[in-house]
Unconditional design. Structure first.
Length: 290
């Protein structure tokens, strides 16, 4: 069952329904699930399609993704399922909107994942204006978080998730947990329409620190959630200290949330490389010759 004092919502980061069932059975609860092209490419059934002559057609891949999301939604009808648009550096706002509007018809509890790029932010502004829910992904800076807030201003509470990728910051020697702390502090006096979804969680230390910081949500891989369940679902105490293990601190920035989203510097090399990786993993499933 859910720990009594747990305020953070817990999501599974994955795209395998069998894994979802295992985590739900172990935890006794689950608040939602996040998917992305890289996770989809690791789905056992999808992996079987990557052999020569057996890849998905450009339409069949969407049918597969839809069926998967509908299965997850049925397991978590009161939760949220994040469905990611295909986007590379050249994907236009209109292309993202067309995908998002289609995906939003698949299930009643979707958050549509969009990259935190100029095109993604412009699409988010339109979608939230239509009353749709979004999850802004590949976030690596406080300026990107401020831009997401500005682009989705007026959205309802819980309609916008922000997904900072802490593990990928750690990979290049920066303390990704500092970014979570800084964004939460920046958002604290705001209207609360954007909720922080700590993502790219690699370790139990990441998970526990996100809980200690008061992240609105955490999405973690099955191995982390199963380890947490096996440990008895502990929560960090008042004296909890995160060991950054020599990672360089990320300084807090004094950013106003009152500007237009176009006024923030949203560029980040990890967002660019993340787009490339997601596009490559999606395309690895598709027969490009068909």
């Amino acid at each position: 069952m859910r720990p009594d004092n747990l305020k953070t919502r817990i999501f599974l980061d994955g795209a395998d329904p069998e894994e979802t069932r295992q985590v739900m059975a172990s935890l006794g609860f689950l608040d939602g699930q996040t998917t992305n092209p890289s996770l989809l490419a690791k789905n056992p059934e999808a992996e079987a399609h990557k052999v020569d002559g057996n890849k998905f057609s450009s339409t069949a891949i969407y049918d597969f993704y839809k069926t998967l999301c509908q299965e997850l939604s049925a397991m978590l009808p009161k939760g949220s399922i994040s469905i990611e648009v295909y986007a590379d550096a050249g994907t236009t706002v209109e292309e993202m909107l067309a995908q998002a509007r289609t995906f939003d018809t698949w299930i009643p509890n979707a958050h549509i994942k969009l990259p935190t790029t100029a095109a993604g932010l412009a699409a988010a502004a339109v979608l939230t204006g239509e009353g749709r829910r979004v999850n802004m992904t590949l976030v690596f800076s406080q300026a990107q978080a401020a831009a997401v807030y500005a682009a989705t201003r007026g959205a309802g509470a819980g309609d916008v998730f922000l997904s900072p990728f802490i593990g990928r910051l750690d990979d290049r020697g920066e303390n990704g947990m500092d970014l979570i702390k800084n964004i939460l502090a920046m958002y604290a006096p705001s209207d609360g329409h954007v909720q922080v979804l700590t993502a790219s969680v690699r370790t139990m230390e990441h998970f526990m620190c996100a809980l200690a910081l008061g992240s609105d949500l955490i999405t973690a891989p099955a191995k982390v959630l199963l380890a947490w369940a096996e440990a008895g679902k502990p929560l960090p105490g008042k004296n909890y200290v995160y060991n950054a293990k020599g990672l360089a601190p990320i300084p807090d920035e004094a950013l106003s949330l009152g500007k237009s989203w176009q006024d923030y510097d949203i560029s980040h090399p990890l967002t660019d490389s993340g787009l490339v990786k997601f596009a490559a993993d999606w395309n690895s499933l598709i027969d490009m010759t068909a």
